[in-house]
Design a binder for this molecule. Structure first.
Ligand code: DX5
Ligand code: ZN
Length: 220
């Protein structure tokens, strides 16, 4: 059993027609965060959730909203997601926006800031921002869709980043996002991840299975 590991279910895999109830159910089942995948049909080839939807589900649970922005531009939308109730907002340095400015804008709302890096992005791109971010998301799929297969090269990135975070004594969470299942979760924990996004795996089997899925992910 691993108490220090946080599970952040991606509501992308939930039943959108029941979104409020799904958030309540997954929180009651033991989720630590709610992972909200925001896609703009431009930075990634899919369209998902806007700030209005985040706001509409904010009062369904007290657990933190871990909002993952896969959008470009980023800055014009930060205020709205912060006001909608995001607790953590993560952005992609691959977007053609000013990463530094966007981080500052997130922090101006007293919201935690994260950087998410794609499978083809060098982990070192986060280095200039380490003193001002709270979370790093290592993408283990190409962003855009849930239900994809885990890309193993993410493990080496996690190891490098875990060493960097620990050596510098930084208070940064290390999150893995994409393709996590019961079989591979231990490998990402061993590589240093402490926040685990899981969409397909947590929402599999409907409401009666959510607690069991989360318990199994924790290795209990
Ligand atoms: C991919 C998203 C992920 C994804 C996770 O673009 O950022 O959060 O939905 O879903 P699973 O766990 O199904 O890979
Ligand atoms: Zn995500």
């Amino acid at each position: 059993m691993n108490n220090k590991i946080k599970i952040s279910p991606s509501i992308l895999a939930s039943d959108f027609s029941q979104l409020g109830n799904e958030v309540i159910a997954i929180a009651e089942a033991g989720a630590d965060y709610i992972h909200v995948d925001v896609m703009d049909g431009h930075f990634v080839p899919n369209l998902t959730i806007g700030p209005g939807i985040v706001k509409s589900i904010r009062d369904k649970t007290d657990i933190p909203f871990d909002v993952h922005l896969m959008i470009d531009p980023i800055e014009p939308y930060i205020d709205e997601f912060a006001k909608a109730g995001a607790d953590i907002i993560s952005i992609h340095p691959e977007a053609n926006d000013n990463t530094d400015k966007c981080i500052d804008r997130i922090k101006s709302h007293n919201v935690k800031a994260g950087l998410a890096i794609n499978p083809d992005t060098d982990w070192k791109v986060v280095l200039p921002y380490l003193n001002k971010i709270d979370l790093i998301i290592v993408m283990s799929v190409h962003p855009g869709f849930g239900g994809q297969k885990f890309i193993p090269s993410a493990l080496e990135k996690l190891k490098q980043l875990r060493a960097e975070i620990d050596n510098s004594n930084l208070d940064i969470e290390l999150e893995i996002d994409g393709g996590i299942n019961f079989e591979n979760i231990q490998s990402v924990i061993d590589a240093g991840a402490n926040v685990i996004v899981a969409g397909t795996t947590t929402f599999a089997g409907g409401k009666s299975e959510y607690a069991n899925n989360i318990t199994r992910l924790r290795g209990q």
